[in-house]
Design a protein around this ligand. Structure first.
Ligand SMILES: Cc1ncc(COP(=O)(O)O)c(C=O)c1O
Length: 389
């Protein structure tokens, strides 16, 4: 965000944008182009990032706090590596995948045939919907809908169980719901949109027990943002031979959402099934390889980004408290909080002030999900919140 962005500009943007056509819970459009109204599902107004981009024209958004990106990335090493890789982009990147697999295998004590690379983790979620399309998928609501909604569009039955009163996956209820038709359990940990983290001891014993009957797919997109990822991640279960699938992305703490890099870790036979349905390493650009390889173990950058996100999050918590809002304590780079009006109109008002956030409805409650941005962006959020509250 430009340093000159201030309250006056916010107000000016608000005045400029007011009265324009808006989509429910999404960004403001500058052009009044005709577009499709997206009907939210009964419990959640979920738009994937792709849908959001497709359904809106580029907005005058100053603080984009709607896609859980890391504004402190990518790492300086990744930027430099991208520049250096440009000259060689005329070549196919045949060999870089091996290097990345070696790095992951070494760091996680895995065999190379337990790792599958992808241009972002979304393709792996989609492949998950394809691999497990004969049976019933068990998950929760609200959660990250990508795999689930794609599974449904392929005709697979999805059972979504309510979260606990602490807004976490109800592992006992999921275990009880397993029957002969269950083909997969999808768990997002930390969960999007609630940013809640499961107790690692409970999740581990759940996975050890349940994965004997049904594969457990854990989407760890936000695991790098928890206090101690080594404790909270279920990755070691793969090494121990359990039928657990872990999916990670560089779109969050690594700050590489636009570069597209993600990976999956699972038993070799599962990797084979997913490989058959994903373009794998061939879909990854040489600039992305360069960035991913150079930032994978850039501990200084990762620590620095984590600290800055934590600072912005603390600031946001204080702002919410001052304005009389409660919130669910977050283990990720976004925070969800209840709002006192229709969440779509709340998001629209924020958007009119140049601040994009996401709206949700669940548990008979309206919610706003705000991603953690720079301090300057969080100040823009604070100004807008004060204006509309
Ligand atoms: C829980 C979760 N999983 C997966 C993704 C997809 O990430 P990507 O395709 O950028 O790796 C996201 C994106 O926001 C997410 O929130």
């Amino acid at each position: 965000m430009p340093a000159s962005f201030n309250r006056r500009q916010l107000l000016r943007n608000g005045a400029l944008l007011s009265g324009m056509a808006l989509l429910p819970g999404v960004l403001t459009s500058l052009k009044a182009a005709p577009r499709r109204q997206i009907e939210p599902a009964s419990f959640v107004n979920f738009l994937t990032d792709e849908e959001l981009a497709r359904e809106t024209t580029p907005p005058e958004i100053k603080a984009r706090l709607s896609a859980n990106e890391n504004p402190f990335g990518p790492s300086p090493k990744a930027k430099q590596a991208i520049i250096e890789a440009i000259g060689n982009t005329y070549r196919y990147a045949f060999f870089e995948g091996r290097k990345m697999i070696e790095l992951i295998a070494k760091a996680e004590a895995l065999q190379p045939n337990q790792i599958l690379l992808s241009a972002g983790s979304s393709a792996l979620l989609q492949a998950g919907a394809m691999v497990y399309n004969s049976g019933t998928i068990l998950s929760a609501q609200p959660t990250y809908e990508d795999l689930l909604s794609k599974a449904e569009s392929m005709g697979t039955k999805v059972i979504r169980l309510p979260l606990t009163s602490a807004y976490k996956y109800d592992l006992d209820a999921i275990e009880k719901a397993i029957d002969a038709t269950t083909s997969l359990i999808y768990i997002c940990n930390p969960n999007n949109p609630t940013a809640t983290l499961l107790d690692p001891v409970k999740l581990k014993s759940f996975c050890e027990k349940v994965s004997k009957k049904v594969p457990v797919f854990i989407d760890e997109a936000y695991i790098d943002l928890v206090e101690d990822p080594a404790v909270s991640s279920m990755m070691p279960l793969v090494k121990e031979g359990h039928n657990v699938i872990i999916v990670r992305t560089f779109s969050k703490l690594y700050g590489m959402a636009g570069m597209r890099f993600g990976y999956m870790v699972a038993q070799p036979e599962t990797i084979k099934k997913f490989s058959a349905l994903t373009p794998g390493s061939n879909s990854i650009a040489s600039t992305t390889w360069a960035a991913a390889i150079s930032s994978y173990e850039d501990k200084d950058f990762l620590r620095d980004a984590y600290t800055k996100i934590k600072e912005s999050k603390e600031y946001l918590y204080n702002v919410l408290k001052e304005e009389g809002y409660t919130y669910i304590p977050s283990s990720a780079n976004f925070v969800i909080f209840p709002v006192k009006e229709d969440s779509r109109s709340f998001a629209t008002k924020m958007s009119n002030n140049g601040v994009s956030v996401r709206s949700w409805q669940f548990n008979n409650q309206q919610w706003c999900r705000v991603s953690i941005g720079t301090l300057e962006e969080m100040k823009a959020f604070a100004l807008s919140l004060a204006k509309i509250s």
